[in-house]
Design a protein around this ligand. Sequence first.
Ligand SMILES: [Fe+2]
Ligand SMILES: [Fe+2]
Length: 358
Amino acid sequence: MPPSALATSGFHHITMVSSDARRTLAFYRDLLGIRLVKRTVNFDDPEAYHLYFGDATGAPGTILTFFEWSGLPRGRWGIGGIHHLALGTATAETQLMWKRRLNDHGVPVSGPLNRGYFRSIYFTDPDGQILEVATRGPGYAVDEPPDALGREEVSPPADAQIVGHRDEGAIRALTHPEPVPEVTPEMRLEGIHHITGISQDLVRADEFYHAALGLRIIKKTFNQDDPATRHWFWASYDGTTVAPHSSLSFFGWPRGGRAARPGVGQTHHIAFRAATSEQQLAWRDHLESSGIAVTEVLDRTYFRSIYFRAPDGLLLEIATDGPGFLVDEPAERLGGELRLPAWLEPERERITSALVPL
Ligand SMILES: [Fe+2]
Ligand SMILES: [Fe+2]
């Protein structure tokens, strides 16, 4: 178990793979209303865009990033990959506004489904990445005491809607009565609500995420769409409160099941927060002394990063909170123009000419 100073406070960002940066920009910025906070290139592959979306300043926990790799084949989810990304919204009403807005723009949406801990709608982005919009509440304490989350395996809450026992027609028909031409302030997406992956060994995952990141199990339950499958949740949890933007869950698949295939429409990696560079260095030592192969600290301009892998193969990152996206642009102009790190600035002309203008 790591010293408590090395327990992450939650997600920093999630990085996905796009085949078309313009289409990704139109979907996430214009349809979902998430601010483009930085347009830059992949520092490890400078001829490819790296787009960052987030809240007004790109606060950790709200950041979604995309590598554009147009030639890469489409991936698929499986063991060692991420199944879906859930973004938060305030209430069941604002969630229905999202369903209506997406449907009116030709995006099929399933749900809302009452998951007990929150309500969920599902859709995909233009590359096939599965997205969910989940309500803030009622939260993980609906079927266990808030100070004893995750101790016992629980059946889904009594009011949850289990596959085969739900009125699919009524669920499909439920929507907001009026068109939603603009993203209103009350429906604004609130960043990462949870991220769900697939593991072939939930007990090993529990040991790993606790030892490596200080995450604690907060729910042991079943997949309501496939009740033969376990669904366990972890989070930054101090024994009383589950921190926002920190919930990571895995479906437990049988050993030797289908492996994830990286590619377009899939998650490339997920990143957790370190408060400071000093903490990140301590974390690096801790991982190394636990026998986990970890990279050197890499300077990503907006944060510093280390990378390592979970036992199922998922690529993980620990990123520092600072210096943040205001380091090279003022708040009002975030994402306005292509930003390059100093060491790529001499190549700006060549890089720009290789990129499709956004
Ligand atoms: Fe989910
Ligand atoms: Fe990253």
